[in-house]
Design a protein around this ligand. Structure first.
Ligand SMILES: N[C@@H](CCC(=O)N[C@@H](CS)C(=O)NCC(=O)O)C(=O)O
Length: 207
């Protein structure tokens, strides 16, 4: 049995739950993280040294980092439609996964924790203004890319790049804030909503 450690309202946990359902895998989920079991205890840090959710346990294998977990699950199930073995196609997908985790996530943390949860220091107007503008810049990059592919982030099929970024696209549309008009991104959000697992774990009423 696969075990996911992490609260179901966390963006990074939602990516993993969405992936598990796309792959048709059974799992149990344990509530760790803000408002639930602590992630800074020695017991939890033995599971994920970073002290963050999600983590995944598969027998003796325990891993953290949501995008590493997505890749692990795709490889475990030979889901080459989501994560191809061809090094060129794979690099193109991983480029977007790394961009999501290192660049795109930054303003969304502030927009969510400051703008939605009203937590200091993220709720300071100066932080929120910068995050709103940076979030718009990143969503604009995705909008341009989707105008080219006319379908999904890394090309004309749904891949692990979409599993990594789709939660933040949802947050962009779900959070209460001003947004420029991004038609290709809006069409993509509708396209993702055709996937039942996206509706269960991502576009499920929570921002
Ligand atoms: N780079 C990490 C980031 C993980 C992360 O920031 N997790 C947040 C929730 S989205 C967390 O653990 N917050 C502390 C908490 O919930 O207690 C990943 O992709 O897994």
């Amino acid at each position: 049995m696969l075990t996911v450690y992490g609260r179901a309202n966390s963006s990074n946990v939602r990516k993993v739950l969405w992936t598990l359902d796309e792959l048709g895998l059974d799992y149990e989920r344990l509530d760790y993280g803000r408002g639930f079991e602590p992630t800074d205890s020695p017991d939890y840090r033995a599971i994920n040294p970073a002290g963050l959710v999600p983590a995944l346990k598969d027998g003796d294998t325990v891993i953290g980092e949501s995008n590493a977990i997505i890749r692990y699950l795709c490889r475990k199930t030979d889901a080459i439609h989501l994560l191809p073995t061809n090094h060129r196609k794979l690099a193109w997908i991983e480029q977007w996964m790394d961009w999501q985790a290192s660049e795109m996530v930054r303003p969304f943390r502030i927009l969510f924790m400051g703008g939605h949860l009203d937590m200091a220091p993220f709720n300071a107007a100066a932080h929120l203004d910068i995050a709103n503008s940076e979030g718009g810049k990143f969503m604009g990059i995705l909008d341009e890319q989707l105008s080219r592919t006319k379908a999904y982030i890394a090309g004309n099929t749904f891949t692990a790049a979409d599993l990594a970024a789709g939660v933040y696209v949802h947050r962009w549309f779900a959070l209460d804030m001003e947004r420029p008009d991004f038609p290709a991104l809006a069409a993509y959000y509708d396209r993702l909503a055709e996937r039942s697992a996206y509706m269960v774990h991502v576009k499920n009423g929570l921002p």
